[in-house]
Design a protein around this ligand. Structure first.
Ligand SMILES: *[C@@H]1O[C@H](CO)[C@@H](O)[C@H](O)[C@H]1NC(C)=O
Length: 324
């Protein structure tokens, strides 16, 4: 019976499911197919979507691509040498069969983690899907192929480059993440919030601005592919395939279509368990240098970056106070 469903119809059924999140049983009424057939169709089609689109819209960036990404981060977020923002989110699932507590996260529901590396155009450049919900962001990154390549310097990142308007020193290219990640030579995270100097606050502000693109990307993703809004009632492997398919579809749509700005502002995905992480000394030195740079170049804007009204007042105030 299911062999008779033509490919176009399979695609329609799958897109319908991903976009509406309606139960597979309801597909029975819309498409006159049984629940097990629907589940089979969704599983096979999601795998096919990933296989076909992944090399086309989420190929691993090469040196030239990283430089392009960094250029757009500089234009739109005023953060130089930034090659992507990284973050992880919980994807809720109904309890996986025969699972222990690994999928039971600290917020007390079953989930797995979607870890993503996102450029300033809200496209995913790399994803890792399916780590246990009980893992922290840092653990997810460490276990991902991306994390390993980052540690082993295998990402083909461009060499150290001086920051705009400076001639010294050459600085590494960096990813930006939140508190859940460990500081590293190529990974910037905010300073701990307590008792911060003004320079460090400015750094945190800049970092947060750049990091926000990945939050927005998750928002656009979940609002277009509504099945992400509620616990996914699919077998674990199928749910993972569905999330991977949604991510490449997101990129596919992003480069052809705009997005609704409102969608980028809210979503129901939650962050993994923050956990204590230690950074490297190298990382600390790089971050301190960015901090000094932002502080001393505070009034200069690159590209079309517009500071918020609050930031402008802040900068004017500091210029006045410190005769900068
Ligand atoms: C790049 O800069 C970092 C931090 O200043 C430094 O530790 C590293 O050795 C530099 N790498 C190269 C290849 O020069």
């Amino acid at each position: 019976m299911r062999d008779c469903i033509p490919p176009v119809e399979r695609l329609v059924i799958t897109l319908w499911y991903l976009a509406t999140g309606q139960s597979l049983a309801s597909l029975h009424f819309a498409f006159l197919i049984g629940k097990s057939t629907a589940s089979m169709v969704v599983r096979e089609t999601c795998v096919a979507i990933w296989d076909v689109l992944h090399p086309a819209v989420m190929a691993q960036p090469q040196r030239e691509d990283w430089l392009q990404i960094a250029d757009i981060f500089l234009q739109s977020c005023n953060f130089p040498n930034c090659v992507s923002a990284i973050d992880g989110k919980h994807i809720r699932v109904k309890k996986p069969i025969r699972s222990g507590s690994q999928f039971f996260n600290y917020k007390k529901y079953f989930s797995f983690v979607l870890f993503a590396v996102c450029d300033a155009n809200y496209c995913f450049r790399y994803i890792d899907v399916g780590s246990y919900g009980s893992s922290s962001d840092s653990a997810v990154l460490g276990h991902s192929a991306f994390g390993q390549m980052l540690n082993n310097n295998e990402l083909d990142l461009p060499g150290n480059t001086t920051l705009p308007g400076t001639t010294y020193p050459a600085m590494p290219f960096v990813f930006v993440g939140d508190e859940a990640f460990a500081l590293g030579e190529h990974l910037m995270r905010p300073y701990f919030i307590r008792g911060l100097s003004i320079a460090r606050r400015v750094f945190n502000y800049r970092l947060t601005r750049a990091r926000r693109v990945v939050e927005c990307a998750f928002g656009i993703l979940a609002n277009k592919w509504s099945f992400l809004h509620s616990p996914i009632h699919l077998k674990l492997e199928t749910a993972i395939s569905a999330v991977k398919a949604a991510c490449v579809l997101h990129n596919f749509v992003r480069v052809r279509d705009g997005f609704n700005f409102e969608d980028s502002l809210s979503h129901s995905l939650e962050s993994p368990n923050p956990s204590g992480v230690r950074g490297t000394r190298h990382g600390a030195a790089v971050r301190d240098h960015f901090t000094a740079y932002f502080y001393h170049h505070m009034g200069r804007y690159h590209g079309n970056w517009k500071p918020s009204k609050f930031m402008l007042i802040y900068i004017l105030l500091m210029k006045r106070l410190f005769k900068y």
